[in-house]
Design a protein around this ligand. Structure first.
Ligand code: E4P
Length: 215
């Protein structure tokens, strides 16, 4: 399973990129707003820290506008992937960008049918938003399971990014389903490192070490 970070905070990305565990990054306008720095500079630095795919989202609502924004964004770095919201105009843009050799991540996906359309349009990635589905009273991970099954039936190459992840259990569930990628807020990735018994164990070993003869 590949692990992406779902943040635009450069210091957080730097910290975890140093572990070698980060395979890519996803950003969106809300995450860039939190970064409070010019987005071009932020994306350039993220692409330098993480050599894998870094998603940057277009804001235009029509395909021509999306294409214009996408062509500017890919100028930032070679590993920029264009994030495009699901919709008719979006899928027109995905198809056109694919023909230009520009990779896309179809975002704001909440159903298996939307994911099917994204794959047919030629998206490299599709991002079902699990947490937001759960928040709305649906079983988000059931949608991921369905998408994976449909993609396997037709040998689609589009990779599934489990997005809108809220807690470490989502990661386990994604792994059990064989999802290609999870994109994680740093809070969730940090929590995955932790276990109370690990802390207890470390404290006990340190305590024992004090009584080990050193010479
Ligand atoms: C995915 O690429 C999105 O940036 C993200 O996962 C959205 O998650 P949210 O529901 O926490 O905003």
């Amino acid at each position: 399973m590949k692990v992406f970070l779902d943040t635009a905070i450069v210091d957080e990305i730097r910290e975890f990129a140093a572990t070698g565990l980060v395979d890519g990054v996803t950003t969106n306008p809300s995450l860039l707003k939190r970064a409070q720095a010019p987005y071009g500079e932020v994306l350039t630095e993220i692409c330098r820290l993480v050599p894998g795919p870094v998603s940057a989202e277009v804001l235009a609502e029509d395909a021509a506008g999306m294409l214009g924004e996408a062509r500017e964004l890919v100028g930032i770095a070679e590993n920029i992937v264009i994030k495009i919201p699901m919709g008719v105009e979006g899928m027109r843009a995905v198809r056109a960008l694919r023909e230009e050799g520009i990779e896309t991540n179809v975002t704001l996906v909440f159903s298996t049918n939307q994911a099917l359309l994204a794959a047919k349009a030629g998206a490299r990635f599709v991002s079902p938003f699990i947490g937001r589905l759960d928040d709305a009273g649906h079983a988000g991970m059931d949608v991921v399971a369905e998408i994976l099954e449909v993609y396997a039936n037709y040998d689609f190459e589009t990779e599934v990014i489990v997005a809108s992840v809220r807690h470490p259990l989502h990661v386990i569930e994604a792994g059990l389903l064989g999802a290609d990628i999870v994109t994680l807020p740093t809070k969730v990735l940090r929590a995955m490192f932790e276990h109370p018994l690990t802390d207890v164990g470390k404290a006990k070993f340190l305590e024992a070490w004090r009584d080990v003869p050193k010479q």
